[in-house]
Design a protein around this ligand. Structure first.
Ligand SMILES: [Zn+2]
Length: 138
């Protein structure tokens, strides 16, 4: 990714110059992403998978309820709920990066659950919406 700056376009003020360079870099990155959408999405998915794996390893790679260790079934659970809402705001690598940072700071807000135990917990806590409940009972 090459960034070409015309020296004459850069403002003299240092702060303005920094903002300008940031703006040009952002535009350049955005252009690159739109031209390489598929490669970018693939890279994002791989990053999310890698960080998810690090988070699950940090949490012991084991469901805290039943002991399931099949990595394909394991999920990062919000101990006190609210995970679905959080996932609506941020997702992918950004989400797992945030969770990992909190865990490294000593947060106890997350645990490792298998998909079955996670769904059971949602039913027990009545975190499941009526719409989801109806879809599941069809
Ligand atoms: Zn389980």
């Amino acid at each position: 990714m090459t960034i070409l700056l015309k020296r004459t376009n850069i403002p003299q003020d240092e702060e303005k110059e920094k903002r300008f360079v940031k703006h040009v870099k952002r535009k350049s990155i955005n252009r690159w992403v739109s031209e390489h959408r598929e490669a970018w999405n693939k890279k994002q998915r791989e990053q999310a998978q890698r960080i998810r794996s690090e988070v699950l390893t940090f949490l012991g790679n084991k469901c805290v309820r039943c002991g399931e260790t099949d990595i394909r079934c394991l999920q990062v659970d919000h101990v006190n709920g609210g995970g679905v809402q959080e996932l609506r705001r941020i997702r992918g690598a950004t989400y797992f990066r945030k969770v990992f940072q909190e865990l490294k700071r000593g947060s106890k807000a997350y645990q490792c659950l298998c998909a079955n135990c996670n769904w059971r917990k949602r039913y027990e806590r009545e975190e499941i919406s009526e719409k989801e409940s109806n879809e599941r009972n069809m």
